[in-house]
Design a protein around this ligand. Structure first.
Ligand code: GUN
Length: 280
């Protein structure tokens, strides 16, 4: 079975759009893009288009590559105190002279729709209700859509980033999977991945996962987006692995669209909470 992320994202967006239309005012998402990384520009455009589809107001702030950390912090501070702003997203990666952790920590946790702020990460890791990062949330939504039963399953996550690998492992742990996190220093990667009932790959290495690394009947989720001479490819050798997997996500058209849909959901949730708490 091929899990159609594009179709699932469309369904998720339709239900978000109907909830947005019931709000006393449209939610507002402010997106900050620093520099002109081509991939980041594409992602930001996709996020803006999704906002339009679901009725969220999006405001884009473009800063030059030469922008200083202080300039970016000043912008974030003004958006934090602007009561018309519900969500703030700083597109990553940032230029090397700017500290990502300083910037992420400066965003008000209530407006951190990426779920990257240490407060939101801490809430997620301690099992409290929180804004969860969009990509792992999208993966869970895809697994739910195929009726995946998590309890007691062996899940292997390849990749340990704060954006995907770590929060993914926590969400699976919360659902009673036995979770292994693999990374670039893992010895015997294939012997780990071959044990997985569920394999989630977010390593950023084209076709890292070959058929020989996958157990017959496993569910395989490919979070990789690699621009190569052959076009966009995932971290999984789709053609070979799809013959062994019971369910698999394609690239493109898999996790990517779901990530964007989850961002719309997180923005709606942030706006709903603010309307409820402060009537704004
Ligand atoms: N860069 C790659 N993925 C993401 C994401 O989910 N959010 C942000 N802000 N930047 C990213």
């Amino acid at each position: 079975m091929i899990i159609n992320g594009k179709e699932l994202a469309k369904e998720a967006e339709a239900s978000i759009a109907s909830l947005v239309s019931a709000m006393p005012r449209p939610p507002r998402l402010d997106v900050i893009l620093v520099g002109s990384n081509p991939a980041s520009s594409i992602y930001v455009r996709m996020k803006e288009k999704a906002c339009k589809r679901v009725g969220i107001r999006s405001v884009k702030h473009t800063l030059p590559e030469s922008a200083t950390e202080v300039e970016l912090l000043t912008l974030i501070s003004s958006l934090n105190s602007d009561s018309s702003v519900d969500g703030i997203l700083v597109q990553l990666p940032l230029p090397k002279h700017i500290s990502e952790s300083t910037i992420i920590s400066a965003i008000s946790p209530e407006k951190d729709v990426d779920g990257f702020h240490p407060t939101n990460m801490g809430l997620l890791f301690s099992g409290s209700p929180s804004i969860a990062p969009c990509t792992p949330k999208g993966v869970i939504s895809m697994l739910d859509s195929i009726g995946f039963s998590y309890d007691g399953k062996k899940a292997v996550v390849v990749g340990r980033s704060n954006i995907v690998g770590k929060p993914m492992a926590v969400l699976l742990l919360q659902r009673n999977c036995t979770v292994t996190i693999c990374h670039s220093h893992t010895r015997g990667l294939a012997s780990e991945t071959r044990q997985a009932d569920l394999l989630v790959v977010a390593a950023g290495q084209p076709k890292l996962i070959t058929a020989g690394m996958v157990k017959q009947g496993a569910v395989v989720i490919d979070v990789g987006v690699n621009r190569t001479a052959d076009g966009l490819v995932g971290d999984v050798d789709f053609d070979a692995v799809s013959k062994k997997a019971s369910a698999i996500t394609p690239v493109p058209g898999g996790v990517g669209p779901m990530t964007v849909a989850m961002l719309m959901g997180n923005t709606l949730e942030a706006a709903k909470r603010r309307v409820k708490d402060a009537g704004i």
